[in-house]
Ligand binder design. Structure first.
Ligand SMILES: [Zn+2]
Length: 82
């Protein structure tokens, strides 16, 4: 069975390993490899909303952020944006 994946609410990346925030509100602390948003840090500590981060990321050209995780073949951020 394949592990379930989750969609990034900032950039629409489809393969986060964990739910960004559970129904009870606890953050995953996962960093989205596409847009670089870290749930529980970028929002809670840095107080940057999904929308603000998304605007900024789009303005910077929607580059793949992760150095450790390879960009998936065919990744098309324009099609994924929520
Ligand atoms: Zn993302």
């Amino acid at each position: 069975m394949k592990a379930p994946t989750h969609t990034c609410p900032v950039c629409g990346f489809l393969k986060l390993h964990e739910e960004p925030r559970t129904a009870l509100g606890s953050p995953s602390y996962e960093i989205c490899p596409a847009c670089g948003y870290q749930f529980g840090v970028s929002d809670d500590d840095d107080e940057i909303s999904y929308e603000e981060w998304r605007e900024d990321w789009v303005a910077r050209g929607m580059e793949w952020t992760s150095k450790g995780i390879a960009k998936p073949r065919g990744w098309n951020p324009k099609k994924l944006l929520p």
